[in-house]
Design a protein around this ligand. Structure first.
Ligand code: UD1
Ligand code: UDP
Length: 359
């Protein structure tokens, strides 16, 4: 039996969090009262507003306009401003998503006010503490009362850290979002016509991880690796990467096959670009999974992945930044193995809502 409706504050701020919150927010609002807080970590239209419009996410009740900054500065400002809102709104639950500075600051603000924290996408680990996201994940999981794990691996990771209470394998809300939007993207996206690209005739590239953008040597090596492409690349460039490339004074256009250097695209455009790519080269967590959902081979420009399930059957290859390894992965035959459904059944949001009644 469903319990009393709750007042729930959901805290989002960065691109993948908008995508994750869309399916959950839609269901949540059928029974509970949601107060949506946008920290403003991402603020460019193509990293923020476009997702609210396209995925029909309700307008945030609070926009904190925090913007960019160093880790301490950004995390500190979010902490301060979220606390103010939580004190004013007094929600019974705080929902945070993923592993960004928004996630950690939101969880910390809530935990200090004794508001139960619910972590969507709990238990993921790269086991690399040099990643800011790893620190955000580990600490957020520690602070959470309910931990919604997208995979069994995530539940097991938490168990190894002694966290069992409140941890549940709900499946991945990004899979919910993917299933909900796959057909919509076919109907709505015009990206293929705009770029004049045919299915299978290009590689899709995304890079934004700090270890790849803030380290000029790594970025240079990746660009060298991309020199092995035998087809044009479509490369929606994250602003962080655009800045890093400028600093490197490397004219990407000089790398011949990289023809479509574009601004970040909408989610529906991205799903189409992923679906029709020969292969995907990325350091993004979400993009690795979407390539797996779509059965498109993925080359991951990192040494480790939190989404180890995508490595099954050779659908995802970890190549780091070594140009030769990138070249070899590009030439590898497409995998033939099956892709087990390890990210849930597309009903993660429903399971999460049912579990909220445990609080
Ligand atoms: C953040 C997350 C990362 C996530 C990614 C999703 C952290 C530590 N990192 O990384 O886990 O994978 O979001 O995309 O929280 N910028 C703009 N316009 C914007 C936003 C950012 O130009 O709207 C530029 C600024 O120069 C900024 C830089 O991008 O300094 C990095 O932004 P930031 O939010 O700090 O980190 P991301 O790299 O986006
Ligand atoms: N994405 C998008 N447009 C882009 C690049 C990515 O809509 O130009 C989507 C992508 O399909 C996935 C999510 O953003 O759903 C992944 O976010 P990102 O790569 O920023 O962060 P990560 O998943 O690595 O945290």
């Amino acid at each position: 039996m469903a319990g009393t409706p709750l007042k729930i504050a959901s805290i989002v701020g960065a691109r993948p969090q908008f995508i994750k919150c869309a399916p959950l927010s839609r269901l949540l609002r059928q029974r509970h009262r949601e107060v949506l807080i946008h920290t403003g970590q991402h603020y460019d239209r193509d990293l923020s507003q476009i997702f609210f419009d396209q995925l029909e996410i309700p307008k945030p009740d609070f926009h904190l306009n925090v913007g960019s900054g160093n880790h301490g500065e950004q995390t500190g400002q979010i902490l301060e401003r979220v606390e103010e809102v939580l004190l004013q709104e007094n929600p019974q639950v705080v929902l945070v998503y993923g592993d960004t500075n928004t996630t950690l600051a939101g969880a910390l603000a809530a935990a200090k006010l004794w508001i139960p924290v619910v972590h969507v996408e709990a238990g993921l680990r790269s086991f690399n503490r040099n990643m800011p996201e790893e620190i955000n994940r580990v600490l957020t999981d520690r602070l959470s009362a309910l931990l919604f794990c997208p995979t069994k691996t995530a539940v097991d990771n938490l168990k190894k850290e002694g966290i069992t209470q409140g941890a549940h394998n709900t499946g991945d809300v990004m899979y919910d979002a993917f299933l909900y939007n796959a057909n919509r993207s076919e109907k709505i996206s015009t990206i293929s016509a705009r770029l004049s690209i045919q299915p299978g005739s290009y590689y899709l590239v995304t890079i934004h991880r700090a270890s790849n953008t803030d380290n000029p040597e790594n970025l240079r090596k990746i660009l060298k690796g991309l020199g092995h492409l035998d087809l044009p690349a479509v490369f929606p460039i994250h602003p962080r990467t655009r800045k890093a490339l400028k600093k490197l004074e490397k004219k990407l256009h000089s790398a011949k096959p990289l023809q479509h250097l574009i601004d970040p695209v909408s989610y529906l455009d991205m799903l189409i670009l992923e679906k029709n790519a020969r292969k995907v080269l990325t350091d993004s967590g979400g993009v690795q999974k979407e390539a797996y959902f779509l059965g498109v081979p993925c080359i991951t420009l990192r040494d480790e992945t939190e989404w180890v399930e995508t490595l099954q059957g050779g659908w995802n290859s970890l190549v780091g930044t070594d140009p030769r390894a990138i070249g070899l992965a590009l030439r590898k035959d497409p995998p033939r193995g099956s892709r087990p459904e390890t990210f849930g059944d597309g009903h993660a949001a429903e399971k999460m809502i049912a579990l909220l009644d445990q609080l």
